[in-house]
Design a protein around this ligand. Structure first.
Ligand code: NDP
Length: 334
């Protein structure tokens, strides 16, 4: 059983030496337990937070413990009446080849319904993040302008496509010309803008002649700086993530712009609301039905970036925080 543990806490950008690959015996299921062989491991930006000891909405991974992560696996031994050998399940067994479970929190997946790994992407946590954050907080209306960055990723791409389904104009922001091409050709964004272009802020302003009604915040940094002056009165900002800052070790230099931000929140009557997908856990059924139907009908499309081999997870994860992935980043473990 190979597993990747947190070897040390990163300062700034994670490095390969913050991870360690270990080999331990494959565990045997006790009464009521199942043994799961990991097929797919999801790599997600939130894992950077788990590597850090800073206080957050979830507990950090302990140094020496297996890195946390959502997985899809196959039951290969069962002493639990609810699961049979051969069942494919969604679990949270982390960066390892095998794991035991008492069945709690496991969800059986139907391979005939959808490719099983989509339970980690468009039909799983990231898709539900886009769906619940956009519809509950963003509340896009017909004809409004919705802006999202990291827009080829599993969250951003779903945000843009759901915005279109609701009749809004979708402006996508991504890194580089190839990702911008995908935004328009694969995901149907009305406009695609490269945040690495030197005149990025001007291009964004040109793309939003009527201002911005919904900004789905995934990144922060210079994208937020360019969006902020364009927000309309009563604009809604679901604050989902600030991936541009996850490796920060200190606040940026410069004047304190808090009064400017609070002034705009007041004068423009902005709604900025942070959320964690599980705040909307009660909407999981509705999400599964509606998103499942959209994906089947081809109205919501998705991209996967598949990396083979558990041993390559650390490098792939380090790349995710820099935009080296294109689409939902998955490790094919077996
Ligand atoms: P992605 O697969 O989109 O990966 C992150 C992307 O962020 C990169 O590919 C890169 O895309 C972009 N990025 C990284 N650094 C910068 C930067 N400095 N400026 C602009 N863009 C940058 O990730 P997900 O779709 O899984 O997640 C998107 C966001 O949603 C993250 O912030 C994540 O933390 C958050 N999230 C929040 C949840 C919640 O419950 N609140 C749940 C799930 C995700 P590019 O090359 O286009 O720049």
């Amino acid at each position: 059983n190979r597993r990747i543990v947190l070897a040390s806490r990163p300062e700034g950008e994670p490095k390969p030496e913050n991870f360690r690959l270990e080999t331990v015996p494959v565990p045997q299921p006790g009464e009521g337990e199942v043994l799961i062989r990991t097929r797919w491991l999801s790599l997600d930006p939130y894992m950077r937070g788990r590597m850090s000891a800073a206080k957050s909405y979830a507990k950090p991974v302990e140094v020496g413990a297996v890195m946390e992560g959502g997985t899809v696996g196959e039951v290969i031994a069962s002493r639990n009446d609810r699961f049979r050998v051969g069942d494919i399940v969604l679990c949270h067994s982390g960066w390892q080849d095998y794991a035991l479970s008492n069945g709690q929190g496991l969800r059986r997946l139907d391979p005939d319904e959808a490719p099983v790994q989509t339970a980690l992407g468009v039909l799983g946590m990231p898709g539900m993040t886009a769906y619940t954050g956009l519809l509950n907080i963003g509340q896009p209306k017909e004809g409004e302008t919705v802006v999202v960055a990291a827009a080829t990723g599993p969250v951003g791409s779903a945000v843009g496509q759901i915005a279109k389904i609701k009749g809004a104009r979708a402006v996508g922001i991504a890194g580089g010309p190839e990702k911008c091409r995908l935004l328009k050709e694969t995901f149907g964004f009305d406009v695609a803008i490269d945040h690495r272009a030197p005149d990025f802020a001007d291009r964004l302003a040109q793309a939003c002649p009527n201002g911005i009604d919904v900004y789905f915040e995934n990144v922060g940094g210079k994208v937020w700086d360019a969006v902020f002056p364009l927000l309309n009165d009563f604009a809604r900002v679901p604050v989902c993530g600030i991936v541009a800052h996850y490796n920060d070790t200190q606040l940026p230099p410069g004047p304190d712009r808090t009064p400017q931000l609070m002034g705009a929140v007041l004068r423009k009557r902005l709604t900025l609301r942070g959320f964690i997908v599980w705040d909307f856990a009660a909407q999981a059924g509705e999400f599964a039905r509606e998103m499942g139907a959209w994906v089947k009908a081809g109205r919501v499309r998705y991209l996967e970036d598949v990396v083979d081999g558990l041993e390559n997870a650390p490098e792939a994860f380090i790349g995710l925080l820099k935009g080296r992935n294109t689409g939902k980043l998955l490790i094919r473990v077996s």
